[in-house]
Ligand binder design. Structure first.
Ligand code: AMP
Length: 408
């Protein structure tokens, strides 16, 4: 039985230095919000010039899965607070330093460690907390999948336990799909160990993210966010997704149950499937969620501002919702280190309440999310139509230039 974590009370002093582990587009917005409150941000990622590094006070380039390198960095930076922004982190180092040296990790080292592993979070939700989930089993070999497949039936979904955003994920329609799905999960999973979760396919009508803030002044919810995923990757999100009162209450019950069990202050992106009147827990991020980028235009306090306020131990107060809004991921495919954007003026002219974020990623190799289109309109349908129209206007030119040495 997992014990619920104690919610850590804020230290009396306003932090001076935050160490951001993960410096992508979500981390960049978190860094901006921290800096607005006068906090020095050291942004860390495995490659230089990552989005959050471009706005941070200092940066470090390292593999955050490397235990020694991560521990050395923490001892060198001596942060008042460590903010994990991705899942691929040696969370055992965070757990150890939290316990032995009082390192402050948000929402907590335990939350980061449980949610990076699908086995740990699913076991917590389904078995310890008795929340509704898809039927599932775990397996460590293709043979084990063959033996247990009747527990979930077909179609089903296989995912590496150490993975996120559709990576290494396959939909299986018959026994014949098992071996290829196993091979894919092993080659694309994050960990060293080959282990998968096989989930019964939920024929949901809609999927939502319920942004849930656990803060000094209690638990707050943002209006539900609906989203459209392609191969496990989000393409559009909108807010609010209309839910009847009873369904919304059930979503809030599930979200607050799991968030309280994980403990700690911060925002959590709780992913839920809605099938008729049933609400099914899928997974959650103990940090801002990519589908929640819509809050950059829909709320006075975005999910990033909410995360920072909560993790500092400060009260949230009211979250003001500005009205129906949408976001569309701007994705590009190619290979190069010079990325040029055209057509932004046309994109911003699509409607009177449009905005763009271009993340400033330094290069691309394959498919990558480079920006997001945002719009507010008189209805969710119109907001979604506008962000799709904006995305069409953005032209991305990818070229390769010889690497130049930075001036000494
Ligand atoms: P995940 O990486 O677990 O968030 O999964 C990515 C996406 O795959 C989800 O947002 C769903 O669209 C889809 N998906 C994941 N698990 C299931 C399931 N058990 N049944 C149906 N669709 C799923």
């Amino acid at each position: 039985m997992l014990n619920a974590l104690e919610i850590t009370t804020a230290t009396a002093d306003h932090p001076t230095t935050a160490l951001l582990l993960g410096s992508g587009e979500l981390g960049k917005e978190v860094a901006i919000e921290l800096m607005r409150l006068g906090i020095r941000v050291v942004a860390c990622d495995r490659y230089p010039n990552a989005p959050a590094m471009q706005v941070a006070s200092a940066h470090a380039v390292l593999d955050m899965k490397d235990r020694q390198a991560l521990s050395d960095l923490i001892h060198q930076v001596k942060p008042d607070v460590v903010i994990p922004e991705i899942e691929a982190i040696a969370t055992d180092v965070l757990l150890e330093l939290e316990q032995k040296e009082g390192l402050r990790v948000v929402p907590s080292a335990k939350a980061a460690s449980i949610t990076m592993n699908r086995e740990a979070i699913r076991t917590l939700a389904a078995q310890t907390l008795n929340l509704p989930t898809s039927p599932y089993f775990f397996a460590s070999s293709a043979e084990e999948v063959h033996t247990n497949i009747d527990k979930v039936g077909f179609p089903c979904i296989m995912k590496p336990v150490m993975s996120s955003s559709g990576k290494g994920q396959s939909t299986l329609h018959s026994e014949a799909d098992i071996d290829a799905a196993w091979a894919k999960a092993c080659s694309e999973g994050r960990g060293h160990e080959s282990r998968v979760i096989v989930e019964g396919f939920v024929k949901f009508d809609r999927e939502i993210t319920l942004l849930t803030v656990q803060a000094a002044d209690g638990i707050h919810f943002c209006p539900p966010i609906g989203h459209h995923q392609v191969n496990g990757d989000y393409h559009e999100s909108w807010q609010p997704e209309p839910l009847d009162e009873e369904t919304l209450l059930e979503c809030k019950r599930i979200a607050s149950t799991v968030v309280k069990a994980l403990g700690g202050y911060g925002i959590f992106g709780v992913e839920l499937f809605i099938a008729g009147k049933s609400v099914i827990f899928s997974e959650l991020s103990p940090r801002p969620h990519d589908t929640g980028m819509v809050t950059l235009i829909s709320q006075d306090l975005s999910e990033f501002a909410l995360h920072v306020r909560a993790l500092l131990g400060y009260p949230i107060g009211n979250i003001v919702f500005h009205g129906p809004s949408a976001s569309a991921a701007i994705l590009a495919k190619g290979s190069g280190n010079k990325i040029t954007y055209r057509g932004l003026q046309d994109a911003l002219a699509v409607g009177p309440d449009c905005a763009l974020r271009i993340f400033g990623k330094p290069d691309i190799d394959g498919e990558r999310r480079l920006g997001v289109a945002l719009a507010r309109a008189d209805s969710v349908e119109n907001a979604v139509a506008q962000v799709k129209a904006m995305r069409k206007q953005v032209e991305i030119v990818i070229e390769r230039e010889p690497e130049t040495q930075a001036p000494a």
